[in-house]
Design a protein around this ligand. Structure first.
Ligand code: NAD
Ligand code: UDP
Length: 344
């Protein structure tokens, strides 16, 4: 049931991994939520999971953001929208190299359609899902929001860079205000055990590969290189709990609605701590009580050696800070993986 006292937010891609956690955060804080998702990488069953955590469902439109008339119809119907959080995108780096036009069409036409509808309907607040991929291999660590944006190594990464530019330019010539959140490596699952990542097909990311190896779907975890110049030779990333990422969106929306800040702002969303692949494996072993079979392999093409965030700006200006530990990331991912297996 709608809560008349609170704002209403449109969440695109709201049935996906990060989107669904954000929908839950918003509903739990009594905001009203409208979701658009074309289900290309998610399932409508996520709505029931959300309802079982929050006691209510968001309003749901199963449309594609590239379908402008369908999007216009949603804006015509939903007259109370105050802000939009735009998660919807395709995100598989390797697939984007094989099918660049699919990625440019899906990720950029959807963004332009969305911003057109927002401006036409005076919905002037936008939170955008960006990525630390825009920093490439950084010259100086930790990376701040002022670190240079490096040439993208994949069409996917380029859609994030170009997306940021499209939004920046539009905020300079319209009433639109926007915050781009550059996530580092979101991992883990909801503390209820009812939501998590549902990678279709073989996952590419480290944590789903760890948990799927632990349940025997893969015989061992391939570790891509142990000859990097890091303490144990494996790559370093800033892993961040998906629930901490979700909270950052609530705070970003509240900042936009308060009218504080510049028309366009960018914040790093990480913990500020880098962990190596082997440290993540150890944390998983501690959380699960299992020994994970591993095999050291060649470096993976395009991998960054190390990257982690300077979070001062998001801590001080946005007023957000990650609170969950690597152990909590691993134990929640493990609970989620086991719940999936128990359903099979
Ligand atoms: P996800 O695939 O789980 O969720 C994206 C959702 O958007 C899916 O439910 C999909 O069905 C939907 N969608 C895609 N294209 C659509 C379209 N044209 N119209 C309507 N719905 C559409 O991905 P996620 O991990 O939750 O990522 C959310 C956002 O965060 C993406 O923009 C992604 O690029 C960005 N991001 C993710 C990570 C990560 O590691 N997960 C890191 C940095 C940035
Ligand atoms: N990684 C690995 N084996 C895998 C998958 C990933 O060793 O099967 C490493 C990868 O080389 C990188 C880190 O884990 O150093 C995180 O990879 P992921 O794909 O999750 O994120 P990204 O590379 O996009 O930061």
């Amino acid at each position: 049931m709608a809560n008349p006292g609170k704002g209403t937010f449109l969440i695109t891609g709201g049935l996906g991994y990060i989107g669904s956690h954000t929908v839950v955060e918003m509903l739990q804080r009594n905001y009203n939520v409208v979701v658009i998702d074309n289900l290309s990488n998610s399932s409508e069953l996520v709505l029931d999971r959300i309802a079982s955590i929050c006691g209510r469902k968001p309003v749901f439109y199963p449309i594609d953001l590239c379908d402008k008339p369908a999007l216009e119809a949603v804006f015509a119907k939903e007259k109370e929208l105050q802000a939009v959080i735009h998660f919807a995108a395709l995100k598989a780096v390797g697939e984007s190299v094989e099918k660049p036009l699919l990625y440019y069409k899906n990720n950029l036409i959807s963004l332009v359609n969305l911003m057109d509808c927002m401006i036409e309907n005076s919905v002037n607040n936008l939170v955008f899902s960006s990525s630390c991929t825009v920093y490439g291999e950084p010259d100086v660590l930790p990376v701040t929001e002022k670190s240079p944006v490096k040439q993208a190594i994949s069409p996917y990464g380029n859609t994030k860079q170009v997306g940021e530019e499209i939004i920046h330019d539009t905020t300079q010539s319209s009433q639109l205000r926007s915050i781009a959140l550059r996530y580092f490596n979101p991992v883990g699952a909801h503390s209820s055990g009812k939501l998590g990542e549902l990678p279709l097909g073989k996952p590419n990311n480290l944590v789903p590969l760890i948990t799927q190896t632990a349940v025997g779907i893969f015989p061992f975890l391939r570790i891509f290189g142990n000859d990097y110049s890091t303490p144990d030779g494996t790559c370093i990333r800033d892993y961040i709990h998906v629930e901490d990422v979700a909270v950052a969106h609530v705070i970003a929306c509240e900042r936009l609605l308060s009218g504080k800040g510049e028309n366009y702002e960018v914040f790093n969303i990480g913990t500020g701590t880098g962990y190596s692949v082997l440290e993540v494996v150890k944390a998983f072993e501690k959380a699960s009580g299992l020994n994970l079979p591993i095999q050291i392999e060649e470096r993976r093409a395009g991998d960054i050696e190390k990257v982690f965030a300077d979070t001062s700006l998001s801590n001080q200006i946005l007023g957000w800070k990650a609170t969950r530990s690597l152990d909590e990331m691993m134990s929640s991912a493990w609970v989620w993986q086991q719940s999936l297996i128990n359903k099979e």
